[in-house]
Ligand binder design. Structure first.
Ligand SMILES: Nc1ncnc2c1ncn2[C@@H]1O[C@H](COP(=O)(O)OP(=O)(O)OP(=O)(O)O)[C@@H](O)[C@H]1O
Length: 127
């Protein structure tokens, strides 16, 4: 049995544990992941504080989950690019910048969703 066959006895459990290891590795290595973690905790805290509706929770949870998923994919792309070359290559630049672009678009959308959801709750006492 070589090292890649380890854990094949329970494939569901092992792929779950690899996924958790991947998430923890990215949180440890990537500053952006830690930023998303803190932002997510703040968003969840505000959602509980303002007792937002079920539909609003759905948007918040999809914003958080989507952001983490995209940042993980972006990190994986960065790793693969660095594995292929640490030399300057225009395709390496394109791959990293395009993946970063995907994260950026989702981050903007998530921020807009957050503002649209929380703003009315914040402004309510002043109306
Ligand atoms: N091998 C490469 N060839 C050409 N350009 C590269 C290469 N590696 C990185 N770059 C460019 O440098 C920028 C910074 O790359 P880096 O790998 O530090 O990722 P990053 O965008 O700073 O993300 P993070 O901070 O999450 O690691 C990239 O966005 C890309 O434009």
């Amino acid at each position: 049995m070589d090292s890649l066959d380890k854990g094949k006895k329970n494939p569901i459990l092992s792929s779950f544990s690899y996924a958790v290891i991947g998430i923890l590795t990215a949180i440890k290595a990537e500053r952006n992941m830690r930023f998303h973690l803190i932002s997510s905790l703040i968003a969840i805290g505000l959602s509980i504080y303002f007792s937002i509706t079920k539909i609003e929770w759905l948007f918040i949870l999809f914003a958080i989950g989507g952001m983490f998923a995209l940042e993980l994919i972006n990190t994986a792309i960065e790793r693969v690019v660095d594995l292929v070359t640490t030399e300057y290559h225009p395709f390496a630049k394109q791959a990293k910048d395009i993946a970063a672009g995907a994260v950026f678009i989702y981050a903007i959308l998530s921020a807009i969703a957050g503002i649209l959801i929380f703003m009315p709750y914040v402004l309510k006492p002043f109306q």
